[in-house]
Design a protein around this ligand. Structure first.
Ligand SMILES: Cc1ncc(COP(=O)(O)O)c(C=O)c1O
Length: 410
């Protein structure tokens, strides 16, 4: 028995999945182990770097009839609350090295960027910008502050006040725009063109690939940490998606290392923001319109990142959607675990992967279609902690601090 009631879900096998296709030159040009080694050298040198915990959930796994469930908890990443700290900030660092290198006519290293006062002064002339629903903007603002450049972040109408304040905390100017996420993206783009600013976006589109690629390369450090800490190579990986950059970074990591034995890979989205599932159904990228109304704010995206699609279109085994109510249930039982499993503080967008596994594990047909069984070793990425503390408290009934204190006292 799993503690998750059987909410409705959709599971779509990916007709485009290519089991034997090698990772290949094209994808190696996007994400690769040498580029990950570079990202690792840069990111692990930042102040406050620490490997995030990989939590085993044996009781939950047993209830779901699986060999193991491991949950990589990104809630403590650099004090920013999500895995996004790895991506946006790394792309800012890469951009500054490229831009200063061009201006000075020589190559500029990351180490110099942080140690040379003249370079730091030159950074103050550079402005980075992006649109965000929270976590990416926080990462860009933090990276800009750490490296000494200016930063302007655009948020759309429904981004919570808590998320706005968390971005402003890192010294960025935060501008609220009318409309949805896509409208704020367009506003950031227009203002960047008018002012000579640099857009640091986590999503790619025609003509704009380098920076989102750097963002995804940063994310792979999280996968590397998880795999280094796992007792055994996983058989199944479920990853939640907004524009798909995060899922693609994870998928590519396994594909590049072992095409034949890569884990079964499932992309999970909110049912009201399912641009990847709809694209898989159509066999080509399609946009989902409307207000994308989901509690899972980080996943409320209507347009797929093209770089992500390049990887997931043939690399993902299946696409799945879940309702908000399932995510809320999972947040609650991670805060109140049974059978000795650890207490985990997980935000709304962190738990979609876990919710999907538990729903699928209860459905004999879906379970069989993914080959989930008593030998399955499932890996999940808890992509955020309580990045919106007020919403967390409202949904779980206690603050993150209370949840952790109660867990320690139990
Ligand atoms: C906590 C969290 N998880 C997952 C995602 C999804 O990442 P992507 O948009 O790259 O698919 C996001 C995106 O903002 C996020 O904030």
């Amino acid at each position: 028995m799993t503690p998750l009631a059987p909410h409705p879900f959709t599971l779509l096998p990916n007709a485009g999945f290519q089991p034997d296709e090698p990772y290949g030159e094209h994808r190696s040009g996007l994400l690769s182990s040498p580029a990950l080694a570079q990202a690792q050298a840069v990111i692990t040198a930042w102040p406050g770097y620490a490997v995030t915990p990989l939590c085993a959930l044996p009781h939950l796994a047993q209830g779901a009839g699986l060999a193991s469930i491991h949950y990589k908890d990104e809630g403590s990443r650099f004090g920013l609350g999500s895995f996004k700290a790895l991506g946006g900030a790394y792309a800012v660092a890469r951009l500054l090295c490229r831009e200063l290198g061009q201006r000075l006519g020589r190559s500029v290293s990351h180490a110099e960027l942080q140690s040379d006062p003249a370079l730091r002064l030159a950074c103050a002339d550079i402005t980075v910008t992006c649109a965000t629903d929270g976590n990416h903007g926080r990462s860009v603002a933090w990276g800009a502050q750490m490296l000494g450049c200016r930063c302007v972040i655009y948020i759309h109408a429904t981004v919570s006040e808590g998320r706005r304040a968390a971005i402003a905390h890192y010294g960025a100017q935060v501008l609220r725009t009318a409309g949805n996420y896509d409208d704020s993206v367009q506003q950031a783009d227009r203002d960047a063109k008018a002012n000579g600013w640099f857009v640091i976006s986590d999503t790619s589109y025609p003509g704009y690939m380098d920076i989102p690629r750097d963002v995804m390369q940063g994310y792979q450090l999280m996968v590397h940490e998880a795999v280094s800490a796992l007792p055994q190579w996983p058989t199944h990986v479920f990853v939640q998606a907004g524009v798909g950059g995060f899922a693609a970074a994870v998928c590519a990591y396994f594909w590049e290392r072992n095409t034949a034995q890569r884990p079964v890979f499932v992309v999970v989205e909110p049912e009201r923001a399912d641009c990847l599932l709809q694209s898989a159904r159509a066999g080509a990228v399609v946009a989902v319109k409307g207000d994308l109304n989901t509690l899972m704010a980080g996943l409320a995206c209507g347009e797929v990142s093209l770089l992500a699609w390049d990887i997931l279109a043939t690399g993902a085994n299946a696409f799945c959607t879940i309702p908000d109510a399932a995510a809320v249930d999972v947040m609650r039982f991670l805060a109140n675990p049974q059978g000795g499993d650890p207490v985990i503080v997980a935000g709304e967008s962190a738990v979609a992967g876990l919710a999907a596994v538990l729903l699928i594990a209860q459905d004999p047909g879906a379970r069989a279609s993914l080959g989930l069984g008593p030998d399955s070793r499932v890996l999940l990425f808890g992509s955020e902690g309580d990045t919106d503390p007020a919403l967390y408290q409202q949904l779980v009934g206690r603050s993150a601090a209370q949840v952790l204190a109660d867990g320690a006292a139990a």
